[in-house]
Design a protein around this ligand. Sequence first.
Ligand code: XBP
Ligand code: MG
Length: 261
Amino acid sequence: MPKLQALIFDVDGTLADTERDGHRVAFNRAFQEAGLDWNWTVELYGKLLEVTGGKERIKFYLDRFRTDFKHPPNLPEMIANLHAAKTRHYTQLLAEGAIPLRPGVRRLLESARAEGVRLAIATTTTPANVTALLEHALAPDSLSWFEVIAAGDIVPAKKPAPDIYFYAMEKMGVRPEECMAFEDSYNGLLAAKAAGLPTIITTNDYTHDHDFADALLVLDSFGDLGMPFQVLQGDVGWTTYLDLDLIRQLHQRAIRSSSVA
Ligand code: XBP
Ligand code: MG
């Protein structure tokens, strides 16, 4: 039976609640700086999250919500410039310590390292954003904790396409049945499942009502000592936080029931 070798983590919404107070704020700062009257409220941003990737999200906003906006001849360049400014604002916010890791994330990553379980990242966000989050919220040297950081435009098709997971697994030389994926959203779950990975979901304010029927387990957080998780779907017995023992149990269960490719 395949053994669990690697944990592959999504970033936004999974390692940290970056969307509402991080990405959204950074987009708005970039729009303001460019003299645009675009303002992404907390509620509107929830709808925009339907599309992953910042550049793709700006395009989606114009197509769906700003049909009045007269496209300049160089729209892709305009979007790329706005997005570069947004990345600058976002990484600045992280450098100021605006976004902490979610409960249990540090504990889980540290225990995986201690036990020699391999780690990787598979995210649609820009690589600079991952670096900023890890260095400021986890540890200055924590980029090196991850064997592969698969991020952003490294693959042309973003989540829900499985490509970013295929990329990470290929770089690590592991098979899907040797991994566990961690996601927070429907698009993320679609990507991981299409890559054949058993997936554990940790929900947040933007994603708690997504369809997670295909997930192995759905939690409201990874939980921690003194900060138990709520189990929204799945069976964990008496466990109150996600640790490697529970992940291994769930992995074996998934393999046995052949619910993964
Ligand atoms: C994350 C995203 C990202 C960020 C913005 O999705 O959708 O687009 O919101 O990042 P996931 P960029 O958590 O599924 O990876 O602006 O750098 O693209
Ligand atoms: Mg996510």
